[in-house]
Design a binder for this molecule. Structure first.
Ligand code: SF4
Length: 463
């Protein structure tokens, strides 16, 4: 999972793009970068580096760039051990000798990459699935980049929200199942903007217009004119990632047409309804920040006091998207501190969004006990995560997933992580919160029922 942005037709587009990336930093912090169009040369340049937006793309880098068309990405690498920063940028000539300058950013994960590599045996510089999209372009029919992009989209499967930058503007596309979000905004001066989550538009001074629809391609010219078309019909049932609501999306956001805050609060209320009469505690506390809103809903529904029992150091990164187990453990210790006055001698319910590897929960529960908590019961606002994600979220192998390793046996899991008890939101409960739209979500990491055949052997870096 990554954050991508695009800006067309706004002065100082690179600075606005970096503002958007800053707002989407929670979607990935392995690396970040922007590609911009140089005019009148019509060449494309890329600036990217490892680390966070504030370090790689400060104003001193972006403000001097005169570009009015820019794309950018925050990378969160899923599989593999090599980092491939984005955007990908380059130049190619097709068989008829036409020259194309292009850059690309991607959020998601392409399936069937080995098949594609065999069908198009060219020199690949990295293990990245995004590079495959880029490398297919010269082999596609068509006289314009838009035609070639359309042909590539007919070749690839899986999860993708894409932005292409070229001398004519920006092309956006979203896969037919709509796994990952991609939204569109405009301003009153003819600028057009894209972002993974629409909270980015607040920092980009742009007004959200709509989502890019599943199976849709949107072409934006340098003057801001916009042409939308379908490259395929959307799937009858979409596969929007339900985990985006549970963990990734910020509460100040709207995702897949649902308000982030009220959806997370509803997850908490639903978990409380399922547990009514089965748990008791003196206080309810949340693992900040991703579980704050759901835990509020949970405490409210049960009529228990919600307290702040954990403080998060705001300069520490999100632990789930930190790479490597030992790094994650170190990151959890750096990230949280217990307020002993709050938890000492109390029976505590600890609310968390999900239990993936259980790194955070195990360490936080131990910290709460050291802080004097008398009991610690863990409530999760998602069903057990039993299967890896193959669509852009790093849930690794089943062995690393605690619910898979212990067959979702909550008594065993509680012992393993040092909790007095563990309680999951049920899958029917999650579907109920998603409401009439429940059929349009992917739940594969909870059910093992994959909407697109995954590359089980994939060792690719994806975005
Ligand atoms: S498998 Fe899970 S994390 Fe991956 S897209 Fe589906 S719901 Fe999202």
């Amino acid at each position: 999972m990554c954050g991508i942005v695009g800006v067309v037709g706004r002065e100082q587009a690179a600075t606005w793009a970096s503002r958007g990336l800053y707002a989407l930093q929670h979607r990935g912090h392995d690396s970040c970068g922007v590609a911009w169009l140089n005019e009148p040369e019509n060449s494309i340049e890329v600036r990217s580096g490892m680390g966070a937006v504030a370090d790689v793309l400060p104003d001193s880098v972006t403000k001097p760039l005169p570009a009015r068309a820019v794309i950018g990405q925050n990378l969160y690498t899923t599989f593999g051990h090599t980092h491939s920063t984005q955007p990908f940028g380059g130049r190619f000539w097709d068989k008829e000798g036409r020259r194309f300058d292009v850059a690309l950013v991607h959020n998601g994960q392409i399936c069937g990459i080995e098949k594609l590599r065999r069908r198009y045996p060219v020199m690949y510089r990295s293990e990245s699935d995004t590079e495959i999209i880029f490398s297919l372009l010269p082999h596609m029919p068509g006289t314009t980049l838009a035609e070639k992009v359309r042909a590539v989209l007919g070749e690839i499967e899986g999860a993708y929200s894409l932005l292409f930058l070229h001398p004519g503007g920006v092309i956006a596309a979203r896969d037919a199942r709509g796994f990952r979000p991609l939204t569109l905004a405009e301003d009153d001066r003819g600028g057009v903007f894209f972002a993974s989550e629409l909270n980015a538009f607040d920092l980009m001074n742009a007004k959200f217009t709509r989502e890019v629809a599943p199976g849709e391609m949107v072409e934006v010219s340098l003057d801001g004119s916009l042409r939308a078309s379908r490259f395929c019909d959307p799937a009858p049932n979409l596969s929007q990632c339900v985990f985006e609501h549970i963990y990734f999306a910020r509460p100040d956001n709207q995702l897949f047409g649902k308000a982030g805050y009220s959806t997370q609060r509803a997850l908490g209320r639903q978990a409380a309804r399922e547990l009514k009469g089965r748990v008791d505690a003196d206080i309810v506390i949340a693992v900040p920040d991703s579980a704050n809103v759901a835990t509020l809903g949970f405490a409210d529904e049960l009529g228990l006091p919600f307290e702040i029992g954990l403080i998060r150091h705001h300069y520490a990164a999100r632990t789930f998207i930190t790479r490597g187990q030992s790094n994650r453990e170190e990151a959890v210790r750096l990230k949280f501190n217990v307020i002993k006055d709050v938890v000492k001698g109390r029976r505590v319910i600890l609310g968390d969004d999900s239990l993936v590897r259980a790194t955070t929960s195990r360490i936080v529960i131990s910290m709460l006990r050291q802080g004097g908590a008398r009991e610690v019961r863990l409530v999760l606002f998602s069903p057990p995560i039993t299967h890896p994600c193959h669509y852009g979220i790093n849930m690794a192998s089943p062995d690393e997933l605690v619910a898979s390793r212990y067959q979702s046996d909550t008594a065993v899991i509680a012992r393993q992580i040092g909790a007095d008890s563990v309680h999951y939101l049920s899958l029917p409960g999650l579907r109920e919160v998603m409401g009439a739209d429940a059929k349009n979500y992917c739940y594969a990491c909870m059910t093992g029922s994959y909407p697109v055949t995954p590359d089980h052997h994939a060792e690719s870096c994806s975005s």
